[in-house]
Design a protein around this ligand. Sequence first.
Ligand SMILES: Nc1ncnc2c1ncn2[C@@H]1O[C@H](COP(=O)(O)OP(=O)(O)OP(=O)(O)O)[C@@H](O)[C@H]1O
Length: 368
Amino acid sequence: MWMDGGDEQMQEPASCEERIFVSVRLRPLSEKEIARHDISDWECINDNTIIYRNSLSVSERSMYPTAYTFDRVFSSDCANQQVYEAGAKEVALSVVSGINSSVFAYGQTSSGKTYTMTGITEYAMTDIYDYIQRHKEREFILKFSAMEIYNESVRDLLSADSTPLRLLDDPERGTVVEKLTEETLRDWNHFKELLSVCEAQRQIGETSLNETSSRSHQILRVTIESSTREFLGNGKPSTLAATVNFVDLAGSERASQTLSAGARLKEGCHINRSLLTLGTVIRKLSKGRNGHIPFRDSKLTRILQSSLGGNARTAIICTLSPARTHVEQSRNTLLFASCAKEVTTNAQVNVVVSDKALVKRLQRNWLD
Ligand SMILES: Nc1ncnc2c1ncn2[C@@H]1O[C@H](COP(=O)(O)OP(=O)(O)OP(=O)(O)O)[C@@H](O)[C@H]1O
């Protein structure tokens, strides 16, 4: 397999099949919900189980489960750090060992996706920089890119140019976003600066559910290459390369629910297309890899194809409002989460052997 750059060859060591790590996070009732005397109906009864506390009618009881089990559930008093440590850290940090990884937040508008992903991204990047500090024997290069999928068009969040970017099919690398800016990170401050650029660029829409609701999908991407500082000639991999994606999805509710109109409705329809396809892909993958999986039906699933069943480790955090008024959406989110936990991926260590390293190795062999 060839990586970009032409002179670099990527080997394919044995891959490891594992399930997507799925957790559910309940947020506290918001001020708005409290003001309208909304009631919290969900409770995490242990680290793995969330239950619906309100008594169900006989007909409802046959339709909906009252208890749902996941790899982890987080109650409303859990802080971002705890969610990161138990729900995303292991998967996200695989990237420093050459394994692709992705962390997603899925849930209805104002359920806490951005709140969660902002925390996860910061904690993960802090740990990545800490790892680099502790591994001076290797040289690390970090590259950052950021994109937004809005109305089924892909936009570069590091560029003021809002021209939609094209997706290209690379036979080796899968879907590639053409002309996406990739900044080499100088340090932590540079990373924070770029995050503020993204935030400013991100489309903000106003809906009746959340005034600063974001109607787009955001993918922050960090690529990490690391190589031994000196050629050791001991057969150890010379260069590892992998990517971590931090994905903040748009609200998963139907457009009609947010009383959208006009432009908002158009956004809603497109968001549905990407999220509907994501849902279909997850549902089909959860039943095994048989038959056609419609990755190509939306930009989101094309870009994230490898995270949803390919060479990557993946964690999904599903966020829930505890409010009774949102019960239908919460159940939809839990249904999505239940399917996602049946999906498996096949991560492998991406070892890059550059021509330069190969020549050095050969020269050394000749001299010995
Ligand atoms: N676990 C939490 N603890 C405290 N406050 C929270 C928590 N989760 C979310 N919030 C607050 O709830 C509000 C909505 O959260 P957030 O913007 O993250 O939702 P969202 O799911 O990203 O919504 P959208 O899809 O509209 O972008 C914010 O004011 C946020 O600070």
